[in-house]
Design a protein around this ligand. Structure first.
Ligand code: ADP
Ligand code: MG
Length: 711
């Protein structure tokens, strides 16, 4: 890194962090891991929580289930075993009123020992639960905790309210806090305002410098309840500023697009569609018809469609997609369908193939596997238009795949794709129409922001004749009962999936789990035909097993999470999920959606193992109680808190730093209106009072704008 700005003596918020007091090259790398490279990045890296040391409770005052912050010293630490391979790290905390215990189940011993040396001071916060063997009768499971070598830094250095940041290994929170303090000290005066004066007045917002400084280090008299809920004027201003920039960016782009070349209108309800309807073995649901109507309406416009099709697992999105694809073919153009996994694209291919054959439409499967010659031939067919419909993974959007005339692209299970991939596919054709499908319900406020001006169609009705799925939880001791249930279903003619989780993120260890499970099933039920399927298998092998399962020749399919999305075998009526406590809620719901797709009454058997975290318990319980995707998403939100809701997989907006789309949804609408107001009056943002705003827009969004509204 070249210390360009360091040469100048005037500090600027664009300075690289490396030259901030307390950072240096090593920490600069760690900060980069957090996505922080400049002072400005760090300023916008706000605490996700605060520790209020002015309201610390004593151990004798603990009440079960009541959230508290506790301060004391570490009296002892140690690791104990609970059965094979299950270990607990415990910290005994002492204050002048007594002892209590904190424990962690998932940890690296070395790291914990270093983090919590005996004799250190400790601050922890969480909800105590009853355990009569703990000193105070109460203990903390997985609390937030921090230890200090010296007595807590006094108010002269930090204040009574401590910011808590998402730290990273190697960069303890204390160090991060000090870096932030140094930044505020040196740079606070350099922070420029960019919101126009009238907005500050209208919403009674503090200036930007004050807002950032106080959000990092709240003054002593801050209302801590407001603070915890991100409702202080300072926090609200920062939230607004971020959402406002995004909305302004979207509006700006919409404006530009008005002048862009148009997409091409299609004729809908052509001959292929009419024949398809005749061939369908079922009547379309009302929701399918309505969604199709909405799609057709878009396709008839000479403006590229941007439509999101939201439908719970099993609601019948595929057939809607096929109809849209065939409309492109009816118009002499090509259709493409992109799926997140090889397995799912193979499935789509084989379920669409019979329809295409009957209709005389050529359909091809494009995946990363296959010989170089196969791939070259396929590319030729795509390029000269002989391939009318192409189904594939992201191989579809690789360099060198050029469509003759791509009219429509369907992206299935959108939540599994990164934003960049969607961006790449948008560039594949000459303004293709786009249909994005997802089973993950996204609250409206969120989709407005995430998808800008996407229109949304909802498949809010399941095909007739579906029976509810019965979900049950089993534990190590009752696991046999679950297997007995599974066996009973198979004797009745059903089929089953058994899913094992990815352990330690490594494919290898999860393979071991499936292999062992398969052996167990074969040993227990020698008369049942069972096979295994996983991501690392050869394609032919996998296809053979999938098609045997489809035909009913294989009765039990033991699988890794490769079967998570999209797989459709209507006769499958049992899904058993091993170590279900390790799965996220939306993932469990997706997996459950593999059954209950036909007319059989289906079962979802969740096998859980102790120790269970509070969250783990809550997730399993939610699965038992709720069956539809929307309630599941809401529960997920409650359990995990909005911060995590979009998860790594779905973090389509890596640049959202301060606002939280769910918590702050009221501001989205306001920001949208304010942005609209500016665009209507001054679309170029070229008046003096908007100059800084325009700069901020370029600075913070710049090329990222393309990512918000990609296709
Ligand atoms: P998802 O929305 O999860 O992608 P699919 O498109 O895979 O759902 O459809 C689930 C199952 O329901 C498939 O077997 C499909 O053939 C069937 N299906 C779709 N639409 C209907 C309908 N209108 N009536 C009956 N079955 C349907
Ligand atoms: Mg699907």
């Amino acid at each position: 890194m070249k210390p360009e700005t360091a040469k100048k003596n005037i500090p600027s918020t664009n300075d690289p962090l490396q030259f901030v007091k307390g950072v240096g090259p090593k920490r600069a790398l760690l900060l980069k891991k957090l996505g922080l490279e400049t002072v400005d990045d760090a300023l916008r890296f706000l605490p996700f929580r605060y520790e209020d040391l002015s309201r610390v409770k004593k151990i004798s005052e603990l009440v079960p289930g009541e959230h508290v912050t506790l301060a004391g010293t570490i009296a002892n630490t140690g690791t104990t075993s609970m059965g094979i391979r299950k270990k607990v790290f415990e910290v005994i905390v002492q204050d002048e009123t007594g002892f209590t215990r904190a424990k962690w189940f998932q940890f690296t011993e070395k790291y914990m020992k270093k983090k919590f040396p005996v004799g250190n001071f400790i601050v922890l916060s969480g909800k105590p639960v009853i355990n009569r063997y703990a000193g105070s009768g109460l203990e903390f499971v997985h609390p937030e905790a921090e230890s200090f070598a010296e007595e807590f830094p006094g108010e002269e250095s930090i204040g009574q309210i401590f910011p808590v940041y998402h730290a990273t290994e190697g960069l303890p929170i204390k160090a991060l806090r000090n870096v932030m303090k140094n930044i505020i000290n040196v740079y606070q005066d350099r922070i420029e305002e960019f919101l126009p004066e009238y907005l500050l007045e209208k919403y009674n917002f503090p200036g930007r410098a004050q807002a950032l400084a106080n959000a990092h280090f709240p003054p002593k008299d801050t209302d801590t309840v407001e603070l915890e809920n991100f409702k202080t004027a300072e926090q609200q201003r920062l939230i607004f500023e971020e959402l406002f920039l995004i909305q302004l960016g979207l509006a700006f782009k919409r404006n530009l697009r008005k002048n862009e070349t148009f997409g091409r209108a299609m004729t809908t309800r052509g001959p292929l569609i009419r024949q398809l309807i005749k061939f369908l073995p079922f009547e379309l649901t009302g929701a399918q018809k309505r969604s199709l109507g909405e799609i057709m309406e878009n396709l008839e416009q000479n403006f590229p469609m941007n439509r999101l099709l939201q439908g719970d697992v099993g609601s019948g999105k595929t057939i809607v997609a096929l109809t849209a694809l065939l409309t492109a073919v009816d118009n002499g153009r090509q259709g493409a369908m992109m799926a997140p996994t090889e397995l799912l694209s193979e499935q789509h291919f084989s379920s669409l193939l019979p329809f295409c054959q009957k209709l005389g439409v050529s359909i091809e499967l494009a995946t990363a596997t296959g010989t170089a010659k196969d791939r070259r031939e396929l590319r030729e067919k795509i390029a000269n238009g002989t391939a009318q419909i192409v189904v594939g993974t992201h191989a579809l959007i690789q360099e060198g795949v050029n469509f003759n005339d791509l009219g429509l692209i369907v992206v299935d299970e959108q939540h599994r794709f990164g934003v960049l991939q969607r961006d790449a596919i948008g560039k594949k054709g000459n303004q293709p129409h786009a249909l994005i499908m997802t089973a993950t319900p996204i609250p409206r406020s969120l989709s407005l922001t995430l998808y800008g001006d996407f229109s949304v169609s909802y498949l809010d009705e399941l095909p007739a004749g579906r029976q509810p799925i019965k979900t049950q939880i089993f534990y190590e001791k009752t696991r046999e009962k679950a297997y007995a249930l599974l066996y009973k279903e198979i004797l009745k003619g059903g089929q089953a999936y058994i899913v094992c989780p990815l352990i330690d993120e490594s494919e290898k260890s999860s393979l071991k789990a499936v292999v062992e499970t398969l052996a167990y099933v074969k040993m227990k039920f020698p008369d049942v035909s069972a096979e295994l399927i996983h991501g690392k298998m050869k394609r032919e092998e996998r296809q053979k097993i999938m098609s045997d399962f489809q035909l009913g020749l294989v009765q039990v399919l033991v699988a890794t999470t490769v079967i998570e999305v999209g797989i459709d075998v209507p006769n499958a009526s049992v899904i058993m999920i091993e170590h279900s406590e390790r799965f996220g809620l939306s993932q469990l719901h997706q997996l459950r959606g593999r059954v209950g797709r036909g007319e059989r009454a289906s079962h979802c058997l969740l096998i859980a193992y102790y120790p269970l975290t509070e969250e783990g318990k809550a997730r399993l319980n939610a699965m038992k109680v709720f069956s539809d995707g929307f309630s599941i998403a809401e529960e997920d939100l409650k359990i995990r808190g909005p911060g995590d809701f979009l998860g790594a997989r779905q973090s389509g907006m890596p640049f959202l730093r301060m606002a939280n789309l769910l918590r702050d949804f009221e501001w989205i609408e306001i920001a949208r209106n304010e942005a609209k107001h500016i665009m209507e009056n001054n679309p170029e943002l070229n008046t003096p009072d908007l100059k800084k705003l325009k700069q901020a827009l370029g600075h913070y969004l710049g090329d990222k704008l393309d990512l918000i509204n990609v296709i």
